[in-house]
Design a protein around this ligand. Structure first.
Ligand SMILES: [Zn+2]
Length: 216
């Protein structure tokens, strides 16, 4: 199965990507992993990407696309894959479609993890990080009333990334980019939405049920 996973920050996309890919016995291909592999492997594309990153610039689309193409050409991706983090927008989705056409294949499904904005804010803004051991606690899920780490006694703090303002901004950026992507795939008739609220295992279960009509 060839599948793309989309979902807002805080939807648990990375975790679900791993579980779903492993259940389907296909490689999980995330742009983060591809970047790291190219940079640490010292490939031409990796060197190019690193130049941009060292300057603090965004890596251009062409470089990312070339890396994705290389990765999808590898032998383990021939019978299927789960893409996480790509495509991010409609132009990238169109490029991916053409790329797969050249390979003589097509996407089977785009799975969208659906979580309400308020739930994302609750999940992320409740996180407290230990300044000493780095462990993350949650004010609701771990019923954390004080700001002391139960593991090491260190002081807990809220990372800037976990501040409500930052989260709401990331959600806005996500909606702007992803709403058109989701409509694109809805028009292609390969979009399936899955409720991503609740425990991780339940979400995986729902995702597998949603995918079952498309597996052999
Ligand atoms: Zn600690």
């Amino acid at each position: 199965m060839r599948l793309v996973l989309v979902g807002p920050p805080g939807a648990g996309k990375g975790t679900q990507a791993q579980y779903i890919a492993s259940n389907l016995s296909i490689p999980k291909i995330s742009t983060g992993d591809i970047f790291r592999a190219n940079v640490s492997g010292g490939t031409e594309l990796g060197k190019l990407a690193k130049e941009y990153m060292d300057r603090g610039d965004l890596v251009p689309d062409e470089v990312t696309i070339a890396m994705v193409r290389d990765r999808l050409s590898e032998s383990d991706a021939q019978d299927g894959f789960l893409l996480d983090g790509f495509p991010r927008n409609v132009p990238q989705a169109e490029i991916l479609k053409k790329m797969l056409e050249e390979f003589g294949v097509a996407l089977d499904i785009v799975l969208e993890l659906v979580v309400d904005d308020e739930e994302v804010v609750r999940r992320l803004a409740g996180r407290r990080t230990c300044s000493q051991c780095g462990r993350i606690w949650h004010v609701d899920f771990d019923d954390k009333k004080d700001d002391i780490c139960d593991a090491c006694g260190g002081r807990l703090y809220q990372r800037d990334d976990d501040k409500e303002e930052t989260i709401r901004h990331r959600l806005e950026v996500y909606q702007e980019q992803t709403a058109p992507l989701v409509s694109f795939y809805a028009q292609e008739r390969i979009l399936v939405g899955v409720d991503a609220t609740g425990p991780v295992e339940e979400v995986t279960q729902r995702a597998m049920e949603a995918l079952s009509p498309y597996t052999d």
